[in-house]
Write a protein that binds this ligand. Structure first.
Ligand code: C2E
Ligand code: MG
Ligand code: MG
Ligand code: MG
Length: 287
């Protein structure tokens, strides 16, 4: 009897696996169409100077406006896009669109910077540097206004090759930010060798439970250490995931350079981000 039940469990398990696989394939098929059907959109989250409080730039964050599923967050399709290779054309689209949008915002007094996330697979493409050069050329955006956000995992594979490419990107005049610092196997010596401009402290550091006993103090110490380290290496520090006044106050006291988070601004569709900039009208007209 136990054996029969066991078989039943196995069969149920196989069925769920098959269903999971089908669902994955269906999502991949739809994602392939999403680019063609122009269902991908960018939202923009403000980045603020901690000392002055001024808005200095935006991070472009991709979403999938699915006809049935609604607005799908990147966490639900970027991993699939990475596995299937679709991240390459998606990433190229994001880069072009973000540069065009930032260029369209050049007219405002602020001329905000724009940060774009780059996947490891995208970075590994032999023509990646070329695609960045092309996005700048097509949009007319000043290279110094573009920041590429890379994670440390991307240099783990082949440090020398990554180094060469990072230098080529720097030679274009774009900024380089290490994203999600503190979540991976950050090697300090690597950080020292690589030509990064900015360090983004992951929100798990900023949000270390302020309520837990010793939590506030630990969070304070961790961020203080990261800020000192980064600034010592000549990098600027951006704190992610600022959700409260207390966190903002702490960053000010630690002389962190920039901050991003729901407390300051939620990611907004282009038209709303544009209103924040004091420009009237909608977002960049679709082409
Ligand atoms: P990330 O680059 O670390 O982006 C920050 C994420 O934190 C965003 O989530 C943002 O909405 C969220 N966030 C910002 N402030 C707060 C806050 O105060 N509290 C909390 N809880 N969250 C906050 P989102 O938009 O869901 O993006 C998630 C991740 O997806 C990004 O993490 C990035 O790794 C990836 N991603 C987004 N857009 C792209 C893209 O165009 N290309 C690639 N390759 N990855 C992307
Ligand atoms: Mg990012
Ligand atoms: Mg991040
Ligand atoms: Mg993060």
């Amino acid at each position: 009897r136990a054996k029969r039940e066991g078989r039943g469990v196995v069969r149920r398990f196989e069925r769920t696996m098959a269903e999971g696989e089908l669902e994955r394939l269906e999502l991949e098929r739809e994602l392939r169409g999403a680019l063609r059907e122009r269902q991908l959109v960018l939202h923009y989250q403000g980045q603020f100077d901690v000392q002055s409080g001024a808005l200095v730039g935006f991070e472009a964050l991709v979403r999938w406006q699915h006809p049935v599923r609604g607005l799908v967050p990147p966490g639900a399709f970027i991993p699939l896009a990475e596995d299937s290779g679709l991240i390459v054309p998606i990433g190229e689209w994001v880069l072009r669109e973000a540069c065009l949008q930032a260029a369209a915002w050049s007219g405002c007094q602020l001329a905000p910077g724009i940060s774009v996330n780059v996947s490891p697979l995208q970075f590994e493409q032999p023509n990646f540097v070329g695609s960045v050069r092309q996005a700048l050329h097509l949009s007319g955006l000043a290279p110094s206004r573009l920041t590429l956000e890379l994670t440390e995992s991307l240099v783990m594979g082949n440090v020398e090759r990554a180094m060469t490419q990072l230098k080529q990107l720097r030679a274009l005049g774009v900024r380089l930010a290490m994203d999600d610092f503190g979540t991976g196997h950050s090697s300090l010596s690597l950080l020292q060798r690589l030509p990064f401009d900015d360090l983004k402290i992951d929100r798990s550091f900023v949000q270390t439970q302020l309520s837990a006993e010793g939590g506030a103090r630990r969070s304070h110490l961790l961020i203080e250490a990261a800020v000192k380290l980064a600034q010592g290496l000549g990098l600027q520090v951006i704190a992610e995931g600022v959700e409260t006044q207390a966190q903002w106050d702490m960053l000010q006291s630690l002389e962190c350079n920039f901050a991003q988070g729901y407390y300051l601004m939620r990611p907004l569709p282009a038209a709303q981000a544009q209103e924040v900039l004091g420009l009237s009208g909608g977002g960049r007209a679709a082409d």
